[in-house]
Design a protein around this ligand. Structure first.
Ligand code: NCD
Length: 323
């Protein structure tokens, strides 16, 4: 693989390979000296056209832990139109000799354009494009689920394992979420069963063609029908910045129907984990009790993100032969 644009581009074996390499990377991060020489002399450019806290820092930490040179390019606020700005920026990066370009852009499809335009020769990693995809988030989520739900002991997951038969509920603002789409594609590839739960106004047109089930009833899905409670529940942020109109009557009504409150938290299974990609709207889609509970993996997801991005950069730049 040369680029990482969509979670759907990964085969089952490729996805499992990323997760396995990420376990090895995570093990190196327990050492006193965390830095590996793997990407010495390589240049990774972080190109962020949209706000980000954890993803940008996470990619930066991952590249630095692999000894790559990192250039941070925050292109937000540029007055040039998006297409031109992307092309001009790409040509500049090319002139600087970028081996990998990590791109976050408000326009869905921008990373694809960058990868296939011939403007840059390096690998392109999608760090979130519009409401489309966020493949490394899906990988770190799968990594986190695998550790908790298919553990191989000592906190690490069993090598080579996928998520066959695990049941995952993804809840909330699916319409504006690139995290949801990437997760549905990757989890399906890994053998998990996903149910999207949202009010009808927050489900995208065409969701019926996605490889997952959908529901409007959170309590019903969390209970898991006859199969017992779900294994993981992932709450999505209500993305107010992408909402021009009203998608639900009030915040209170939304929380009541689609929020993970104390009552729903208590009803979860013994083993069920609570996930959120961050940033959270505490009190809206997730209560403080749920976010801070023992079953919450939210902070862990952030640290797992570094290991997973190290694995992605390593596999794209150092190639499989050195594995
Ligand atoms: C997500 C994103 O930016 O798509 N956050 C993240 O990368 N951790 C989700 C969000 O913004 O709600």
């Amino acid at each position: 693989m040369r680029h990482l644009i969509s979670a759907g581009d990964l085969s089952r074996d490729e996805a499992v390979q990323v997760l396995d390499v990420a376990e090895q990377m995570a093990a190196t991060q327990q050492r006193e000296i965390k830095k590996l020489p793997t990407l010495r002399g390589r240049t990774v450019v972080n190109l962020f056209f949209e706000d980000s806290t954890r993803t940008r820092i996470s990619f930066e930490a991952a590249a630095k832990r692999l000894s790559a040179d990192v250039i941070n390019f925050s292109a937000k606020g540029s007055s040039v139109s998006k297409g031109e700005s992307l092309k001009d920026t790409a040509l500049t990066l090319e002139a600087m000799g970028a081996d990998a370009v990590v791109v976050r852009h408000g326009a869905s499809g921008a990373p694809h354009r960058l990868a296939h335009s011939g403007w840059v020769r390096g690998s392109v990693l999608n760090a979130g494009d519009g409401t489309h995809e966020h493949p490394t988030q899906a990988l770190l989520d799968a990594f986190t689920m695998r550790r908790h739900l298919v553990g191989g002991g000592d906190g690490a997951a069993a090598v080579g394992a996928d998520l066959t038969g695990r049941r995952v509920a993804i809840v909330g603002d699916v319409l504006h979420s690139r995290v949801a789409r990437s997760n549905v594609l990757l989890l399906h590839t890994l053998g998990a069963h996903v149910t999207l739960v949202a009010p009808p106004t927050l489900l995208p047109v065409g969701v019926g063609t996605w490889p997952c089930a959908t529901s409007y009833d959170l309590d019903d899905v969390l209970a898991g029908g006859g199969d017992g409670p779900v294994d993981a529940v992932m709450m999505l942020r209500v993305q107010r910045e992408r909402m021009a109109a009203a998608f639900f009557p009030s915040a209170r009504e939304y929380s009541r129907r689609y929020g993970l409150d104390a009552r729903r938290l208590r009803a979860l299974g013994e083993h069920t984990i609570v996930m959120h990609p961050g940033p959270m709207n505490r009190g809206l889609e997730i209560s403080a009790e749920a976010a801070d509970s023992a079953r919450s993996t939210i902070v862990e997801q952030v640290s797992n993100g570094v290991a997973v991005r190290m694995a992605a950069l390593y596999l794209l730049l150092a190639g499989e032969d050195s594995a």
